[in-house]
Write a protein of this length. Sequence first.
Length: 213
Amino acid sequence: MIALAIKKYYYDEILPKDAKDDSPANIRICIQLIKPESKELYYKSLNLPYVQDQLIVVEEIKMNLLAKSCFAPGLIAMMSNLIASAGDIDTDIIDNEWFDEYAEGMGHEIYRMQISQEYYHNNITFNKIADVAYSQYSAVVFALEIQSKVDPSKTTIRLNPNEFKFTEWETYNYSLYIICEDIDVAKDIQVLEMQAEKYERLFGEPRISKDDS
């Protein structure tokens, strides 16, 4: 009810009349709901021409994960470990190689890092970035976020867009979703922290410094 009141007040009292049909001018609200049916009730009660709100239903996420875990056993444990910090784990509890690997995996988290043409050359592919991240930083780049610079509300997230080429740097913001050990590794991938000789060997062209650009 509070979200509906905020939305109605903004739309009726604050938003200019000539902007009410302009979707980017509409305020965005992010809400966590308990029941799935609350999402449909929210949209019907709002009765606005355009809604860009993000509604998160916990039960829907739980049911989707349970369904997916039937096809991929262990998915729920993996997702739980990725979204929560594990801290230091005592690997002496179980003297087994599989537990050492599991404990190491629990220390990994998901990071979203925006990249720029200052460090990534034009026409580079997502596949190449993922390959370098895995081989040089022991990290997994699994998704790409594409956001319009003109209208930031227009955002697309693509899972493993293998042959995607980064070309329209002036039009879009590009962000990588990375699974790695800590934020320092993610920052290294963000700027491709490595020696110039290694960069040229991996990408087939020299790194362009700020002085050269």
